[in-house]
Design a protein around this ligand. Structure first.
Ligand SMILES: [Zn+2]
Length: 310
């Protein structure tokens, strides 16, 4: 029996915001991105509805360690101490000791961190399987290849399974709620890096996956068209952000201008209630902060080059 199932974590009571993929292969079970601590009860229910318990899980495959993807990992290990937790080497220290991760999350969500993401317990080092990319994980007879796909986060990996040709890409190919045509960037601080991100698109496409699975949310059936649309939009949003930063008198004004501009763009593609779903799921205000940080780094690098050449 081989199956891939989408589990809806109903984050903040909203369907199709955060999804966990359940992979089953001849009685072996893995999940990709268990989601945050705040939706652990929903995950348990979703698994139970498929006749699977937390104790049945052999592996957690983490695309990256952001709380909306990996926050529940420590609690799952506590419940099932034999589960293996796969994570990139740059993310691993923050799974063992999440205090820095939680401190930086508290800066981004000062008012409601616990409500949004719940608890993030540490993962014992002995449960971690450290990845760099190019590994092959076996789940029963199924083989899952790992590729290093930074850009959204420096420690982001994607997983490619060989039975159905599905690529689990986390946030590398943006936010696209299953069934909708619009693909939206999610670019929170501090790691956003467009040149690295471009190389990750190439790394995904060269494996010719048949379908993508996005944490936000679900399957996308045409990987090449999806990535082409996303890559073009990501670079355009970057340029728009640079223009806004140059024209704005303050950071507050720049953020307000960015939010209004992007909301208007999204509204051209989606009905009003879906616009809000996208904006909340991706954290549009955080996307501004991440792009602005990258823009300033680019400007500084350009300034230091022109100084040394003049
Ligand atoms: Zn995410």
């Amino acid at each position: 029996m081989h199956k891939i199932t989408t589990l809806d974590d109903h984050w903040m009571g909203r369907p199709r915001s955060i999804g966990t993929a359940l992979l089953e292969s001849d009685g072996h079970y893995a999940i990709v991105d268990p989601g945050p601590g705040s939706t652990l009860h929903t995950l348990r229910k979703e698994l139970g509805a498929r006749g699977v318990s937390v104790g049945d899980l052999d592996a957690l495959l983490l695309t990256h360690i952001h709380l909306d993807h990996a926050g529940a990992s420590g609690a799952l290990v506590r419940e099932n101490p034999r589960v293996a937790v796969y994570v990139h080497k740059l993310g691993a220290p923050h799974m063992i000791d999440p205090s820095k991760l939680l401190a930086s999350a508290a800066r981004l969500w000062p008012d409601n961190l616990a409500e949004l993401f719940g608890e993030a317990l540490p993962v014992p080092e002995s449960n971690l399987r450290i990845l760099e990319g190019r590994e092959t994980i076996t789940l029963g007879p199924r083989k899952i290849e790992v590729a290093y796909t930074p850009g959204h986060a420096a420690h982001h990996v994607s997983y490619f399974e060989d039975f159905e040709g599905v690529a689990f890409v986390g946030d590398t190919t943006g936010v696209r709620i299953e069934g909708h045509p619009y693909v939206m960037p999610a670019t929170p601080p501090p790691d956003i890096d467009l040149p690295l991100w471009d190389s990750s698109f190439a790394r995904i496409l060269e494996r010719q996956p048949k379908r993508l699975f996005l944490t936000h949310f679900g399957f996308s059936e045409n990987p090449a068209a999806h990535i082409a649309q996303f890559q073009e939009r990501l670079h355009r949003w970057m340029e728009t952000t640079e223009g806004i930063l140059q024209a704005a008198k303050s950071d507050e004004q720049a953020m307000a201008c960015f939010m209004a501009t992007m909301r208007a763009e999204i509204g051209q593609h989606l009905p009003a209630e879906e616009v809000e779903q996208y904006v909340a799921t991706a954290g549009l205000n955080l996307s501004f902060l991440g792009l602005a940080r990258h823009a300033r780094k680019r400007a500084q690098a350009a300034a230091s080059v022109s100084k040394t050449t003049s």
